[in-house]
Write a protein that binds this ligand. Structure first.
Ligand code: BMA
Length: 855
């Protein structure tokens, strides 16, 4: 037998739209939009209000065409398949003028038998992608129901396409038209590897402690794709080689029987994979070689982590626990929700936005991201990066905020999609959970889709369809193909279909995960976060404007007003800009007509809100009361006002800097009240923390009103109330608004572990004396060290760097009188910026500002 041969069909293709008489070239994998923008055929839809002028692109059909030459040897192989790893979405595939397939699911890898239609010499592959909005309209007419997502172009739930692409409350209406994944020809003699599934067991032994493992077993299940072969292939065998991070090699082999082989690998003294903050995310190289008659015919390489992840749901004093245990350690999940990195998904991947954003998540001490259901099953590169960085992944199946078709052809198509993606992703150490959907269980409870449901029989059918898909078919697929991983029906949800619940009821504070939107969507003050004791906060959030340089990328200066047409087009949540202003006005005094200052204040408001919530939930971690905080949302898919902490280009908003502090593995915080202040220390690590907590309450002029310190001893994975300090004497009448709490946590050797501050009242009521900030900039490593001193209290010290994008080691912090801090600043490469706008690398002009400058 001959080894498997591949021929990539990626690279330059021809793109054409007959209706509009447009032709261009396009890079595959790639998007028609990307080609049109790059070749100047359309204006950048991210600029101004251009989004509204380019509707003809998604209203049209587009032909992608590739010519390629085949050798005699290639075409002579018994099996030749055309593999399209991802077509977005409704398309006809033809080779040499003959239709070989009709496809309609961007999440499915399509494999066509191409041998009968391919010829030696020149061949032509054509993929004709239909207008996505046209396809959705046809489905609506055909089924006579109006399935849709609020604020989006109609009909997206009919299509197995990234749901956000028709518009979202942060996303433009730019449905992609793309060959978004590679295209290749694969030739074999009839036998190849279909999948490799490693599953790991860590062995515990007495005397080794709870998280040390003397050995591990990796069971490597290899499934074959075996078709009719020419002649006897001889003995077929799978050989596996595992290389540990330290370079040790473990090998094993097993003959294949019935299309399957299982190779057992025993790993002595294993190096387990740990999420960020708990240890090293150790990865092993697993190579599986398929041998037939003594000759290698196929090979798969994966990187695997030796680890166990459980979702612990046990009855307890509040209801039922909901937390992840990794290698036996209860992990408080700290992170954010992930949306696709670009409106044009293949562009985001090509630019490397995944890695930049995930690295930023780790830099902010996150250990989990939730891949939200309105997006996609991400690319392999995404999960590779999560494996390497120690980021656990909560993976939603791609369904969100809508009623979906109930008919069998739809459900069967979803099964194919789910099976393929579970098989593709199950070897990743980072993958922690499969979740059915985003917010659809909750939608059924407060059913808003009234138009659809005048007719009770119709409602019943759709509801049965929901239960069939999310409570039967998807959990069955996960149980069969990925039995080691938990399935959760919806986010939020109160539990799986294994309990009689009558009505679907989600979002209880006592069981399951929660989406808490009283703050923001219902305009409640963010102090409401402290009143909600969830088991696991999988969503809550607060909007702000993107960084000023990002606003400049889409908005001309004459529109620098929040109610200008361009700024309003870059805000997709109805009345969102007004809401930002209203919340901001509760906390800060807003300088009229000072747009730049208002932008920064919006980010501070957002950061304060989320910090307030996170501190509460982290302090609540004992007895596993609350075990997760994933704020909405990490990133943006275009430059927009949104709930993100990093904007589209990768610039950090104030929230992201604050996240680095409030998600620190060991954190101190002050829970302020008019009569007393509680100081808490939270330890998310596997080690005991011995430290000294000190605090000073000062009045705005700087004098110390109350101070103290306390030795703290906090066990692993625990929160500890270090001290409650009586402040009733100093907070009499309106003095409270002029007082501020500073606190620090130091190790027993004097090293600073954490520091923070908290005002009792609103910043607008705090007198801001001149802080007398001075600073100097000196080269340091690959960046600069900025030494900052404050003569008086300085609230929200922040750095502005002229002429380049830069990341600071800390930002938006406060300083005490006489304090000195050194902040390092390094240039930040932002891959989505146009080439000419990359940083230059000269000594930057750094300005150090405080809240006083924003008044
Ligand atoms: C959530 C999400 C998204 C939405 C966000 C902000 O509930 O699941 O659907 O974008 O709220 O409204």
């Amino acid at each position: 037998m001959q080894p498997l041969a591949r021929m990539s069909l990626d690279g330059e293709w021809a793109l054409a739209c007959e209706d509009a008489a447009v032709s261009a070239s396009v890079t595959v994998p790639g998007s028609a939009w990307e080609a049109l923008i790059e070749q100047g055929i359309i204006e950048d839809p991210f600029h101004g209000t251009n989004e509204h002028d380019v509707g003809w692109v998604h209203a049209s059909s587009w032909r992608f065409l590739k010519r390629f030459t085949l050798s005699k040897e290639f075409i002579a192989r018994p099996c030749v398949s055309l593999v399209c790893h991802g077509i977005d979405t409704v398309a006809t595939v033809s080779v040499n003028g003959q239709v070989i397939g009709e496809v309609a699911n961007m999440f499915v890898r399509h494999e066509f038998d191409a041998r009968p239609v391919l010829v030696e010499g020149e061949n032509t592959l054509t993929i004709e992608i239909a207008s996505p909005t046209g396809a959705a309209a046809r489905e609506r007419r055909r089924h006579g129901v109006n399935l849709r997502v609020m604020h989006a172009l109609p009909g997206i739930p009919f299509l197995r396409k990234a749901q956000y692409s028709f518009g979202w409350d942060w996303g433009p209406k730019l449905p992609d038209i793309a060959i978004w994944k590679p295209v290749e020809l694969v030739a074999t003699d009839g036998i190849r590897i279909a999948s490799v599934h490693p599953s790991c067991t860590l062995h515990r032994a007495p005397g080794h402690g709870p998280v040390a493992f003397p050995s591990a077993t990796l069971a490597v299940a290899v499934t074959l794709d075996a078709r009719a072969t020419a002649g006897d292939p001889g003995l077929i065998e799978a050989r596996a080689t595992l290389t540990t991070p330290g370079g040790k090699i473990v090998t094993g082999a097993s003959p294949a029987a019935g299309g399957k082989a299982v190779v057992m690998l025993e790993v002595p003294d294993p190096d387990p994979w740990w999420p960020n903050g708990f240890g090293t995310p150790a990865l092993h190289r697993l190579e599986v070689v398929l041998v037939a008659g003594g000759k290698e015919i196929d090979r798969v390489v994966q990187r695997v982590g030796l680890r166990e992840v459980e979702l612990v749901r046990e009855p307890d004093e509040w209801g039922e626990s909901f937390y992840f245990k990794v290698n036996g350690v209860p992990v408080f999940a700290k992170g954010a929700n992930w949306i696709p990195s670009d409106s044009f998904i293949p562009r985001g991947r090509r630019l490397g936005l995944h890695r930049m954003l995930l690295q930023a998540a780790v830099d902010a001490n996150m250990n989990m991201v939730r891949v939200w259901g309105g997006g996609i099953y991400e690319d392999d590169e995404f999960y590779d990066a999560c494996d390497e960085l120690g980021l656990l992944v909560w993976q939603d199946f791609p369904f969100a905020c809508a009623i979906y078709p109930h008919w069998p052809s739809f459900l069967d198509g979803v099964e194919v999609e789910a099976i393929q993606n579970v098989i593709r992703l199950r070897h990743h150490a980072s993958l922690a959970l499969w979740c059915g959907n985003n917010e659809i269980e909750q939608l059924w409870l407060g059913i808003s889709n009234l138009v659809l449901f005048f007719k009770p029989w119709l409602k019943k059918r759709f509801k049965q369809g929901y239960l069939e898909l999310f409570e039967k078919r998807l959990p069955a697929i996960v149980a069969r193909l990925d039995p080691g991983r938990p399935y959760w029906p919806s986010s939020p949800s109160n539990g799986g279909g294994d309990r009689p619940r009558g009505l679907l009821a989600s979002n209880s504070p006592d069981t399951g995960d929660s989406h808490f939107w009283k703050v923001w969507h219902m305009s409640a003050p963010f102090s409401e976060y402290r009143k909600f004791d969830s088991r696991f906060m999988s969503e809550y959030g607060f909007e702000s404007f993107p960084v000023m340089a990002t606003i400049r990328s889409f908005c001309p200066p004459d529109q620098f007003r929040f109610d200008s047409p361009v700024m309003e087009n870059h805000q997709k949540n109805a009345a969102g800009n007004k809401k930002i202003m209203a919340y901001m006005a509760r906390r800060f005094s807003i300088p009229a007509e000072m747009f730049e200052q208002q932008v920064t204040l919006s980010q501070l408001t957002q950061g304060e809100a989320i910090e307030y919530g996170v501190e509460h939930w982290r302090v609540n971690r004992n007895s596993q009361h609350c075990m997760g905080s994933l704020y909405w949302q990490l990133n943006d898919c275009w430059p927009v006002a949104s709930w993100s902490s990093i904007d589209y280009f990768g610039r950090w908003k104030a929230l992201h800097y604050m996240a680095r502090r409030f998600y620190a593995p060991v954190m101190a915080c002050a829970r302020e009240g008019p009569r007393d202040v509680e100081f808490h220390v939270v330890n998310d690590t596997r080690d005991t923390v011995d430290a000294v907590l000190s605090w000073r309450v000062r009045e705005a002029g700087g004098s110390i009103l109350v101070e103290g310190k306390e030795h703290v001893h906090v066990g692993p994975c625990a929160a500890h109330l270090a001290r409650t300090v009586d402040v009733s004497g100093i907070n009499a009448t309106d003095a409270i608004n002029r007082n501020v709490i500073f606190f620090q946590l130091h190790g027993s050797d004097g090293t600073a572990i954490h520091r923070g501050f908290r005002l009792f009242g609103n910043p607008k009521d705090f007198p801001l004396p001149d802080p007398g900030i001075e600073h100097r900039v000196e080269p340091s490593g690959d960046g600069w060290a900025v030494t900052i001193t404050a003569r008086a209290i300085a609230i929200y010290v922040h750095l502005e760097v002229d002429g380049m994008d830069a990341l600071a080691s800390d930002n938006f912090f406060s300083m005490e009188p006489g304090e000195t801090r050194i902040v390092t600043v390094r240039p930040q490469a932002l891959p989505a910026l146009p080439a000419g706008e990359q940083p230059a690398g000269t000594v930057p002009a750094v300005r150090v500002k405080t809240l006083r400058d924003l008044r």
